[in-house]
Ligand binder design. Structure first.
Ligand code: NAD
Ligand code: IPM
Ligand code: MN
Length: 355
């Protein structure tokens, strides 16, 4: 199909500045490839919370069940506790829409530089496949014992066989589409004695079905060191919810800036809409200045196009993005440039239009 209904949630802070740039680029690519987008925008945010006591209305997600995708900016603002804002909006979407894969590419874009010396685009090109609905992000067993000096907070991590296997399978299938066909498992089975040995056991079982894919596994502590010292070792990295979260900020930092990193929260079965959002947050420290990097949002738009079955349109966004970003004058401040958010987005949209 060529007509899509997209639920847009700009959210908070720079989310509101970068989402319009993502939409601008989608409109441009839509004109080129004859794809029509209907954007249904909601103002769910910390402002909504302050007005109504909720991040989104009761049953809100029901209205987006029939949409083709969700396009989200960022959620969170300093005057609302993060666990309240995130568990009131972002996390419920991932869970209710069974978006159990969080796919986060890490790539050194052509013409840009890594903070690591002597590393080029051929050295940094991998995916973090993050488990997105269970693991350490669980509400189970939450207990807080207060009242004495010996206060205790307890929360249980949940790793199900079904939940673990399906995200690992996704990683192996993804590796099969790539040249190197390599999957790395992020573990910590030397220290976390119940869940992580189980994670390793499932990794071994799943990998038996993919004899054509090479594997390695590292404990998360040394894995973070290898991301910095040997980014070229990695092709597809599969990790639990928390480990994947950490690795997917570290990866983009190694590739230049957290501001460029995209993500796809995927429901592979297509029973529910998938959600596309940058990896970064609402960046209160730079919000309102118009200087946020829109690349993470725009690249997320490209992932959405791919998911919606328009890989050529997705590729044209990536190509335009790389062409524009190769020129230092078009980069935002986080990448050493002087362009503002809109200038960067406009430049990408006009390259797409001119092709
Ligand atoms: P953050 O990603 O918002 O910011 C971290 C640093 O990176 C800041 O210095 C910021 O200025 C910079 N940065 C981030 N995105 C950038 C961009 N596009 N261009 C230029 N610089 C950029 O992380 P944080 O400070 O830990 O979190 C701030 C708020 O965002 C918190 O409320 C947090 O919970 C929330 N958050 C939301 C999401 C999400 O919605 N998916 C993700 C991460 C954090
Ligand atoms: C991300 C964010 C979220 C996460 C937070 C804001 C809950 O850091 O999308 O990476 O941990 O998943
Ligand atoms: Mn994160």
């Amino acid at each position: 199909t060529n007509a899509f209904k997209i639920a847009t949630i700009p959210g908070d802070g720079i989310g509101r500045e970068v989402v319009p740039e993502g939409m601008r680029v989608l409109e441009a690519v839509g004109r080129k490839f004859d794809i029509a987008f209907q954007f249904d925008e909601v103002d769910w945010s910390c402002d909504t919370y302050k007005k109504t006591g909720r991040m989104m209305p009761d049953g809100a997600l029901e209205q987006f069940k029939q949409h083709d995708a969700v396009f989200l900016g960022a959620v969170g603002w300093p005057d609302v506790p993060d666990h309240v804002s995130l568990w009131g909006l972002l996390i419920p979407i991932r869970r209710e829409f069974h978006q159990y894969v969080n796919l986060r590419p890490v790539r050194l874009l052509k013409g840009t530089t890594s903070p690591l010396a002597n590393r080029g685009p051929e050295d940094i090109d991998f995916y973090v496949v993050r488990e997105n609905v269970e693991g350490e992000y669980s509400e189970a067993g939450g207990r807080l014992y207060r009242g004495t000096e010996d206060e205790i907070a307890i929360q249980e991590a949940i790793f199900t066989r079904r939940g673990t296997d399906r995200v690992m399978r996704y990683a192996f299938e993804l590796a099969r589409t790539r040249k190197r066909k390599h999957v790395t498992s992020a573990t910590k089975s030397n220290g976390i004695v119940h869940t992580m040995p189980f994670w390793d056991e499932r990794f071994k079982a799943v990998k038996a079905d993919y004899p054509d894919v090479e594997t390695s596994q590292y404990h998360i502590d040394i894995l973070t060191a290898h991301f910095v010292q040997h980014p070229d070792w990695f092709d597809v990295v599969v990790g639990s919810n928390l480990f994947g979260d950490i690795l997917s900020d570290l990866g983009p930092a190694v590739a230049g800036s957290i501001g460029i990193a995209p993500s796809a929260n995927i429901n592979p079965e297509g029973d529910f809409p998938s959600m596309f959002e940058p990896v970064h947050g609402s960046a209160p420290d730079i919000a309102g200045q118009g200087i946020a990097n829109p690349i993470g949002q725009i690249w997320s738009a490209a992932m959405m196009l791919d998911h919606l079955g328009h890989p050529e349109a997705a590729q044209s966004v990536i190509d335009a993005m790389e062409e524009v970003i190769a020129d230092p004058a078009s980069r935002t401040k986080d990448m050493g440039g002087k362009a503002n958010t809109a200038e960067c987005g406009e430049a990408i949209a006009s390259v797409i239009a001119s092709r």
